[in-house]
Design a protein around this ligand. Sequence first.
Ligand code: C2E
Ligand code: MG
Ligand code: MG
Ligand code: MG
Length: 283
Amino acid sequence: AAKKSGKGRIAYCSGKMKAAVLEKMTLTTSLHQALAKGELLLHYQPQICASTLEINGFEALLRWQHPERGLISPEVFIPLAEQSGLISGIGEWVLKTACAQNKLWQDQGYKPVRMGVNLSVEQFRSSNLERIIKNCLAETGLKPQYLELEITEGVAMRSSQYVIRQLQALKKLGLDLSIDDFGTAFSSMNRLKNLPVDRIKIDRQFVWGIGVKPRDEVLVTVMIDLARELGLAVTAEGVETAEQLAFLQTQGCDEIQGFYFSKPVSAAAIETEIYARQFAGIN
Ligand code: C2E
Ligand code: MG
Ligand code: MG
Ligand code: MG
């Protein structure tokens, strides 16, 4: 007879499941060396003022250039990094690299703007986070007002005093905090009101629905109004079309981010394409 749980369980894995587990293990093993081997890199996606179309900031988005498999998405390897404890080292590298890049652009004479960095739930849980960020700012010389930390709604809305204390400690450093993927975690407005954050970023699934699903349009409108009522800035993620942009402008959304303006690209491409385009007055 078949065992119901424990060690026997693996016997019931289908070939496909086994292959998936093996695949995860293999990727995790090579992820251990990815940082040291210089296989991790950051791409940057501009965040654009919805009314003037000027660059307000960038979001740093992690990429893994795997020697055999090519570019691997963070949706694939961030969970592996979290499960294997590698995220703290990787996250610290992301913070430092993104802050250093932003400082470099400022030193090169570009208009000072924010740099958004995504924080994993594991990093956010760590009691070292405040110290790590302080060190990062000191080492790179970036002023705190030009760093924005993005915490997903799922993390921010966990009802614990710890979350609020951690956010308050980060706010005290003088940086900006935003709630990423807003709208996906069904948080109560009451909780949002109590969090010391500066911005919400409307998840791209709702932006996608503009012009397609009237219900999504209503939700986007409500989220923008909510942000305004609470005195928060609001960024719409995943803006791909002129129609979406026009709708967001009409609703009074502050900022847009998405393929309509630019995909996430390398730092070099930001300089040669994005900034060059802006200086040429094309936008
Ligand atoms: P996110 O923070 O919500 O980032 C936005 C994602 O939407 C990015 O995916 C970006 O490439 C994508 N995107 C932007 N504009 C558009 C658009 O117009 N259309 C579509 N279809 N997609 C768009 P990406 O770079 O694959 O990152 C996925 C997620 O991985 C991020 O979602 C974030 O949660 C996580 N991530 C990325 N970098 C880091 C990191 O350094 N640390 C941590 N902890 N997580 C990261
Ligand atoms: Mg983000
Ligand atoms: Mg998001
Ligand atoms: Mg996301």
